[in-house]
Write a protein that binds this ligand. Structure first.
Ligand code: GLU
Length: 495
């Protein structure tokens, strides 16, 4: 594996939406390349499309990166020698760059109105011609331009070569050629004074000394424009690597209907950052087509552009669920307890107010973790620790039992447990199993009654250990409560 030298890469989100999986996958690949090569990773906010800005999108994206442990050497919050890292704060630079191109005759002002452009496109479509700007303003003489200067607001367009091809050597896709005649004289500066993505992206990548551009394949059509811009400026372009698109399992474009769309939503569903990072890394990269588990450190060591695939990555939510369970089971009890408390602080559960008792959670964590696919699965299972769970007394009565039998079982169990010298799981088990036999019950029946009594739940963590965690007092109080409930209930039920 060759490690490129002097790597400087960037993640350049446009704050037009949340941190979608595809975008964060791009961020991760850039970060892995930088960290593996001892290079620099930066975040640059491409906020030049003022009409599409979404409030809060930058914060949400940065928070998603932080959550995944993707740290940046330059960018928002941390600054850096190429600050500012918001394109909206770099407008002068783009104007100067566009001015240079105009002076050199490589760009020109365009005075065409939106109405004219619309009409032009409609005619082209009707005539089954290539739809694109017809370069009318490119032909204007200097004098004609001067005459228009105080007229309608103009945009600045790039003068694309009219024929020939532009070839890109892409690390992932190999050599890709584009016919120049099919590429418009695209806009560099818009009528609102903001640059287009193309101009700002190229100017910044050059100014910020970006060595490699790793971005999603959907940006491939922009590459010939960018290469021509680099050429017009007289700059050396970076290395390009276009990352494969991500498809849904049915090979359609991944969308909301295939599950959540943003990393934030996965966080809220209870996925661990370790699982998410591992999962995202496998969307278009593999070490050997076999190994599925990678910690962030292992990814940094193993990642290389040579192993980025050209064919689409397929989003497999079962794999994410599997990875998440896997990482949950690898956490220490205390780390899982902490992860749960943090999770509930951020996303308070419906069942109880967010608890803080780390010791209590550390004791219950091993009892529930086998059953957790996500952190969200925990609250229903452990709610009895943090509140009195209300239940219908009839639930105490197990199959092939009547109320009198259940009452008796509760009374006897209370007596046995109350007399135990030590309230640990082994002693509890040692006392309750023989009791079932004495009462002529199956162990499952007795434990079923007690499970409901102790937790208010039919499905709960293993009973003996749960009773130990609850402690003697709470266990006995819960059984007393069940006795009261069931006596009151049998008093009003006929028969
Ligand atoms: N602002 C673009 C985006 O939102 C960046 C594309 C690029 O990396 O060139 O993805």
């Amino acid at each position: 594996m060759t490690r490129p030298a002097n790597v400087r890469v960037r993640f350049a989100p446009s704050p037009t939406g949340g941190p979608h999986l595809g975008n964060i996958r791009t961020a991760l690949f850039n970060w892995l390349l930088a960290r593996g090569a001892g290079g620099a990773f930066m975040v640059r906010i491409e906020d030049t499309d003022q009409a599409r800005l979404v409030h809060g999108a930058v914060d949400e994206t940065l928070e998603a990166l932080r959550w995944l442990g993707i740290d940046w050497d330059e960018g928002p919050d941390v600054g850096g020698r190429h600050a500012p890292y918001y394109q909206s704060q770099r407008l002068d630079r783009y104007h100067a760059a566009a001015g240079n191109l105009m002076d050199a005759g490589k760009a020109y002002p365009c005075y065409c109105t939106p109405e004219r452009l619309q009409q032009m496109r409609a005619e082209q479509a009707r005539g089954k011609q290539h739809v694109g700007y017809d370069r009318r303003c490119r032909a204007l003489t200097a004098e004609e331009r001067r005459a228009r200067q105080d007229g309608a607001p103009s945009v600045v367009r790039f003068a694309m070569p009219k024929d020939g091809t532009t070839s890109l050597k892409d690390v992932v896709r190999g050599c890709v050629s584009f016919e120049n005649e099919l590429i418009d004289d695209f806009v560099l500066l818009k009528s609102d004074g903001f640059p287009t993505y193309h101009l700002a992206n190229v100017v910044d990548d050059h100014d910020m000394e970006i060595s490699h551009v790793l971005r999603a394949e959907e940006w491939l059509p922009s590459a010939p424009r960018h290469l021509r811009l680099y050429e017009a400026f007289g700059w050396t372009p970076p290395v390009f690597a276009h990352l494969p698109i991500i498809l849904a399992p049915d090979r359609s474009k991944l969308s909301k209907r295939h599950g959540a769309a943003t990393v934030t939503e996965y966080r809220e569903m209870g996925y661990l950052p370790q699982a998410m990072t591992n999962f995202l890394a496998l969307l278009g990269w593999s070490l050997d087509d076999r190994t599925e588990e990678f910690s962030a450190d292992e990814l940094i060591k193993a990642f290389s552009l040579e192993r980025v695939s050209r064919s689409p990555a397929v989003f497999d939510s079962d794999k994410l669920v599997w990875l998440n369970g896997h990482y949950i089971r690898r956490l220490t009890h205390r780390d899982l307890a902490e992860a749960l408390l943090d999770f509930w602080r951020r996303y308070p559960p419906a069942e109880f107010p967010p608890p803080r008792d780390l010791d209590l959670m550390t004791r219950i964590a091993p009892l529930v973790r086998e059953r957790l696919k996500t952190l969200r699965d925990a609250a229903p299972l452990v709610q009895f620790l943090f509140k009195k769970v209300d239940y219908d007394p009839s639930v105490l009565v197990q199959k092939r039992m009547d109320e009198a039998g259940a009452l008796d079982a509760l009374k006897q169990a209370r007596a046995v447990l109350g007399a135990l010298p030590s309230h640990d799981a082994a002693s509890i088990e040692g006392a309750l199993r023989p009791l079932a036999g004495k009462l002529g019950l199956k162990a499952g029946q007795l434990l079923g009654v007690l499970r409901v009594a102790a937790t208010g739940l039919k499905v709960a963590p293993p009973l003996f250990e749960t009773m130990e965690v609850l402690g003697r007092d709470r266990t006995l109080a819960a059984i007393d409560d069940a006795l009261d409930k069931l006596s009151a209930y049998s008093a009003i039920t006929p028969g």
